[in-house]
Design a protein around this ligand. Structure first.
Ligand code: SF4
Ligand code: SF4
Length: 163
């Protein structure tokens, strides 16, 4: 059974980045997993993800391992058949987000980005040091906040509840 008969939304997204059908050339050599830093630490297994995608047995609405990818692109650089696992995982994540499968820590990061323009918090110590050095505040205000909201709305972050 192929993915096209199970998840048409995923098939369409994959077709948009894989118009020449490189994905189905995957011969399960495992080179992508061997180079993957997440896999080496018990995380995502890109070879298995490619297998599940090809046979149509992955469910973006519930798969947790796709969120263990660091997006380092090493798997794609290593693959000699042009399969591009990193882009495929990115597609899976976008679909997962649209279907409500986003780990809470990613939602918190997105919320922070919406409110501050940064994906990491500025500590009290950093603020104090900046003040002492005479550096301007990192707070965003007014039109910058509006621009940020437009950016978020135009991406898949816009589908998350960031209030
Ligand atoms: S994606 Fe490429 S490197 Fe990974 S198992 Fe398939 S053919 Fe091998
Ligand atoms: S992009 Fe993701 S799956 Fe590929 S090697 Fe990096 S962490 Fe592993």
């Amino acid at each position: 059974m192929k993915i096209s008969s199970i998840d048409t939304a995923l098939k369409e997204l994959l077709d948009s980045i894989d118009s020449t059908g490189e994905l189905e050339k995957c011969h399960q050599c495992g080179q992508c997993s061997s180079i993957c830093p997440s896999y080496r630490n018990g995380g995502i297994r890109p070879r298995e993800i490619m297998e599940l995608v090809v046979i149509g047995a992955i469910d973006p609405a519930s798969d947790e391992s796709i969120w263990q990818c660091t997006m380092c692109n090493s798997c794609t650089e290593r693959c000699q058949l042009g399969v591009d696992p990193a882009s495929i995982i990115n597609v899976l994540r976008n679909l997962a987000a649209a279907r409500g499968n986003v780990p809470e820590h990613f939602v918190q990061e997105a919320r922070l980005f919406k409110n501050t323009g940064r994906s990491f918090p500025i500590t009290v110590l950093t603020k104090k040091m900046r003040e002492e050095m005479g550096l301007e505040s990192l707070e965003i205000t007014g039109s910058a906040k509006d621009d940020l909201a437009k950016l978020i709305a135009a991406t898949s972050l816009g589908g998350l509840d960031l209030e």
